[in-house]
Ligand binder design. Structure first.
Ligand code: NAI
Length: 461
């Protein structure tokens, strides 16, 4: 039994960042984690392992498609999936042990086991009871289920199983054209799998700027992924080695099916609150299962919640920001998160990134805006590396020129977006970005050109 200022339940990007900041602000802090490794879904079975596999499969694809064009001759590489998975695991291990090191450095106690809130200011882990003035719930999310689909993590897999396949499937059906479906679908398509994505809506990536979604769809189709849009999956029948996915084409009102060796269920994630004892201590919940909060504070004094377990986008960096803000709030400072400037990235090729309002949102709000667009075909650096596909679109207020959003598809989009995030944090205008000197030749010049296009025009288009 130990007494703390703060106990954080969950060691994912929200929880561990919150723990480190609490300790840095002078609070006696512990973090409870049950999976046996820190880093949560993101580091263990999400963002980081998928990025390792995306990198490996992209390199393989590059070697097959572009090396000879650059005069790089020789035998084409073959895939050893076991080795690729070992590489992925080494990336995970390096990162999770890195957090353990950071905990030691910052004097955060790492309590291993599943935590339950057993009373006001009390967290029980196994047989041990710990007390804390403040408790932060940072328990994240888990893959959502779909009626008629039973996930066995062998033939019918969630993202967790898709990150650990033991052989490259011949045919894969992905249910859901969201972020997970497209990233994991891309990995296996590059490795030679025939991938078909079945999506309920008539477009991919719900919520994304429509022009971006169309461009991404076109590009993924060119890479060999197949799409069945406007199709509701009604069930999956699986044997030990194969599965049949049944779906209904919504507009036609007809049934159809697809055969696959692997089916990936990627239809979203649900907040994870199981076993926390929230009902017993009277913590209020949202209708869709999230912990209800106001400024991250639940209705129970001294209990906070952050990340995927509360409302808002299920993104690691949103959880991190909330972790920092809660630590500051508990320490008596003014915690703040700017929910209007949270970027989103899809790590496909080309990469996709967005921040702020989309054109669809602006139209819905009846706001007058202008569009500055620039295609990567006009960017010398992009063309030199076979990455001329895609564009940058900056949306600015028609009267004030203030940047309202940015949506791009192209090389390093996930890195480039942040100059607009900084600009938006400072309330910058498109002209501010356009007048900022950008080194040549860089991909970033495309951002400036899009900003120029909001004014007197881009130079290279
Ligand atoms: P998602 O919510 O992004 O997409 C799920 C898709 O499944 C939707 O397009 C939906 O219309 C479709 N769907 C639902 N039921 C269906 C049915 N019966 N038949 C056919 N289609 C159906 O969910 P996803 O991709 O599973 O991701 C979960 C969360 O993880 C998201 O919040 C995402 O933002 C986050 N994530 C973020 C990443 C990133 O930032 N790069 C990477 C991976 C996940």
């Amino acid at each position: 039994m130990a007494n703390y200022d703060v106990i954080i339940i969950g060691g994912g990007p929200g929880g561990y960042v919150c723990a480190i900041r609490c300790a840095q602000l002078g609070l006696k802090t512990a973090c409870v984690e049950g999976r046996g490794a820190l880093g949560g879904t993101c580091l263990n079975v999400g963002c980081i392992p998928s990025k390792a596999l995306l990198h490996a499969s992209h390199s393989y694809h590059e070697a097959h498609t572009n090396f000879e064009k650059m005069g790089l001759m020789g035998g084409k590489p073959k895939v050893d999936l076991t080795k690729m998975m070992e590489y992925k695991q080494s990336v995970i291990d390096g990162n999770t042990s890195g957090i353990e090191f950071l905990f030691k450095k910052n004097k955060v106690d790492y309590i291993q086991g599943w935590g339950k809130i057993t009373g006001k200011g009390e967290v029980t882990v196994g047989k041990d009871k710990h007390t804390a003035k403040n408790i932060v719930i940072a328990t994240g999310s888990e893959p959502s289920s779909l009626s008629g689909v039973e996930v066995d993590e062998k033939v019918v897999v969630s993202s967790t199983g898709a990150l650990a396949l033991t052989k490259i499937p011949k045919r894969m059906v992905v249910i859901g054209a969201g972020v997970i479906g497209l990233e994991m679908g891309s990995v296996y398509a590059r490795l030679g799998t025939e991938v078909t994505v079945v999506e309920y809506l008539d477009h991919i990536t719900p919520g994304m700027d429509a022009e971006l979604a169309k461009t991404l769809l076109r590009s993924l189709k060119k890479q060999g992924l197949k799409f069945v849009l406007g199709a509701a999956v009604s069930g999956v029948k699986a044997t030990k080695t194969k599965a049949t996915v049944s779906y209904k084409l919504i507009k036609k009102d007809t049934e159809a099916s697809l055969e696959a060796d692997i089916v990936l269920l990627a239809t979203g994630r649900n907040p994870f609150t199981q076993g926390l004892g929230l009902a017993e201590i009277g913590v209020e919940m949202e209708p869709r299962g999230q912990v209800k909060t106001k400024n991250w504070q639940t209705n129970v004094d001294g209990i906070y919640a952050i990340g995927d377990v509360i409302t808002g986008p299920m993104l690691a960096h949103k959880a991190e920001d909330e972790g920092l803000a809660v630590a500051e709030t508990i320490a008596g400072q003014a915690g703040h998160v700017n929910y209007d400037v949270i970027p989103g990235v899809i790590y496909t090729t080309p990469e996709v990134a967005s921040v702020g309002l989309t054109e669809e949102m602006l139209k819905e709000q009846g706001r007058s805006y202008k569009v500055g667009k620039f295609t990567f075909m006009g960017n010398a650096r992009a063309k030199a590396v076979f990455a001329g596909e895609g564009f940058v679109k900056i949306l600015a207020d028609k009267d004030t020129d203030r940047i309202l959003g940015c949506h791009l598809i192209g090389p390093f989009a996930g890195e480039l977006i942040h100059e607009v995030c900084v600009a938006m944090e400072f309330g910058a205008s498109a002209e501010d970005l356009a007048r900022t000197c950008h080194a040549h030749p860089t991909f970033s010049e495309a951002m400036r050109e899009a900003a120029l296009a909001c004014g007197d025009g881009a130079i290279h288009s």
